[in-house]
Design a protein around this ligand. Structure first.
Ligand SMILES: NC(=O)c1ccc[n+]([C@@H]2O[C@H](COP(=O)([O-])OP(=O)(O)OC[C@H]3O[C@@H](n4cnc5c(N)ncnc54)[C@H](OP(=O)(O)O)[C@@H]3O)[C@@H](O)[C@H]2O)c1
Length: 331
């Protein structure tokens, strides 16, 4: 496919939601490029996923300096696709990147110093061939660097025009409360928080979601399918080519225990009763919460993407269904 003409109906079906108190609308389903877009992956497949996503109204693509493997290659591959096929549509896209994890050797290649964050974003912009990203995140809190320095660097990046908005990822609720105060004093609001959240990992329910709502900050949840565990793919075995089977993936085979299979089997039965795939039910279950702006999914092919997007057809649950899910998850 050399010439790509986006579908004219691309905005007909997707639902968009305001991100916190900001002026920015995000699609309720966004696409992440953590896996399946590196140099180890098939470029043609990555391209097809991005085209299909945009055709289906996904305007938000999430990257980070280290996505690949090798680190940086997802941004490079995305940059190639952008330059060749999507340059005309730049103003229809929300592109994010992040820095925080190990990226280059030496003391300035990870965490949250001003030195690292600013250098890393410059590298990301170069790899993607962009003048600016829409959202730039501190990827994880740094236990040593003063929060003022990390947040000051993010504010500086916005002033420099290298990012339109800033976000924080993996910050706990207490650190978020402190961050809001510091960012207020810098006149740079936090647009969005990016936490891990799925039926199998519910830490955000303790207090983070409340802190975000109180402060008008949006929430985009990553790994909402628990990297594929909340789909029907591992119910019987570990299929070849699945993330758990790949040597470079972040999902270990040992995670797929008989106990987990019992839970996902029961959840799958519920999903079928609701007329959904397990993936669709797992995404809908997150989107039922009004404090969530978007679910940030991954997909290794176009079929998965299309399947997941159908979650938007039914995001309501009866109280009996919610109770049943709770019971399945605690066992
Ligand atoms: N901020 C952070 O620290 C952080 C950390 C992790 C991720 N993220 C972001 O979140 C994004 C999503 O993370 P994730 O990839 O772990 O998300 P996920 O949606 O939980 O998992 C995606 C994987 O699930 C499987 N899958 C997806 N849809 C499916 C379907 N309909 N049916 C069957 N299987 C399906 C595929 O696995 P197979 O490959 O096995 O086919 C796919 O690669 C990342 O790309 C990244 O942007 C952020």
């Amino acid at each position: 496919m050399e010439i790509y003409n986006p579908s004219v109906g691309r905005y007909d079906r997707m639902k968009y939601k305001r991100c916190g108190n900001s002026g920015l609308l995000l699609p309720q389903v966004s696409l992440g490029l953590w896996h399946n877009f590196g140099d180890v992956d098939l470029f043609e497949n990555s391209k097809e996923i991005i085209f299909r996503a945009f055709d289906l109204g996904i305007t938000h693509f999430d990257l980070a300096n280290n996505y690949g493997p090798p680190p940086g290659s997802a941004e490079e591959n995305f940059g190639k696709i952008l330059k060749k096929h999507l340059a005309l549509y730049r103003d229809e896209l929300i592109i994010s990147s992040k820095a925080g994890y190990d990226m280059w050797p030496g003391p300035y290649g990870e965490w949250g110093s001003r030195k690292y964050l600013i250098a890393s974003l410059d590298q990301s912009l170069q790899r993607m061939g962009l003048d600016y990203v829409d959202i730039f995140y501190s990827h994880r809190p740094d236990p040593v660097t003063p929060l003022e320095e990390t947040l000051g660097a993010l504010a500086q990046i916005v002033r420099q025009g290298k990012a339109l908005y800033i976000g924080l990822s993996n910050y706990d609720s207490e650190t978020m409360r402190q961050a809001v105060k510091i960012l207020d004093s810098l006149n740079t609001p936090c647009l969005i928080h990016q936490p891990r959240y799925s039926m199998l990992d519910r830490w955000v329910e303790d207090s983070l979601l409340d802190v975000l709502e109180e402060n008008g900050i949006g929430c985009i949840c990553f790994s909402p399918l628990a990297q594929g565990l909340l789909t029907d793919k591992y119910l019987k075995n570990i299929p070849e080519n699945s993330r758990a089977a790949k040597p470079h993936g972040f999902l270990q085979k040992t995670t797929i225990t008989p106990e987990l299979r019992k839970k996902t089997f029961k959840l799958n039965t519920m999903a079928v009763r609701r007329g959904q795939s397990l993936a669709q039910m797992a995404l809908a279950w997150i989107l039922k919460d009004d404090r969530v702006t978007s679910v940030l999914i991954g997909a290794s092919n176009v079929d998965q993407l299309e399947n997941s997007l159908e979650c938007l057809n039914n995001t309501t649950f009866t109280s009996e269904e919610l109770d049943d899910i709770k019971k399945i998850l605690v066992v």
